[in-house]
Design a protein around this ligand. Structure first.
Ligand SMILES: [Zn+2]
Length: 181
């Protein structure tokens, strides 16, 4: 997995692109939680659930079905998120899918059970430039942890900034034109 610090990056880029009118703060926070939530499955190690088990790390919680569930949860809770139901669904689904895609681009571990329940297999994308994060907080403070963070800056944060910043600039230019019109 990319680290817990980097999984929210695509959601933050989307929020940067569309602004707080497009994604109100409560909806953004919900989306960020949904980008991190799939990795709660590492708790399974404590209960003896093996990595390769469908309930293990990168199993069910990394499936598109789980992303759909996050979307449905968003739609149900939309009034609390100050959002319409369709938008909240899209944000929850996007958050879940972004997690799955980023993990499928990492260089190690097992792949993601993206197609569960139709396919129990683990999958990677053909292109895997992101250094896989070690599991456990202590590992961040090692040479390997630094390498992983640098890899995420390059392959997660930089593309997200390159996508979000131009959209942010265009939105501001259009807003200014509308105000002056
Ligand atoms: Zn993950």
């Amino acid at each position: 997995m990319p680290t817990i610090f980097s999984h929210p990056a695509p959601m933050l880029a989307l929020a940067l692109a569309v602004g707080s009118r497009g994604i109100p703060v409560p909806l953004l926070l919900f989306g960020m939680v949904c980008t991190i939530l799939p990795d709660a499955d590492v708790l399974g190690f404590r209960f003896g659930i093996s990595y390769g088990n469908v309930l293990g790390h990168r199993g069910i919680s990394h499936s598109l079905a789980f992303a759909l569930t996050a979307g449905v949860a968003g739609a149900i809770g939309a009034p609390l998120l100050r959002s319409g139901r369709m938008k909240a669904f899209c944000v929850g689904f996007f958050a879940g899918v972004s997690h799955t895609v980023l993990d499928a681009m990492t260089s190690g571990g097992l792949g993601v059970a993206a197609l569960w329940p139709f396919d129990q297999g683990r999958h990677f994308l053909p292109w895997r430039p992101i250094s896989v994060s070690p599991i456990g907080p202590r590992s961040f403070f090692t040479q390997r942890g630094v390498e992983v963070l640098l890899s995420e800056l390059r392959w997660v944060w930089l593309p997200c900034l390159l996508a979000g910043c131009p959209a942010f600039a265009v939105r501001h230019i259009l807003n200014r034109k509308n105000r002056n019109a």
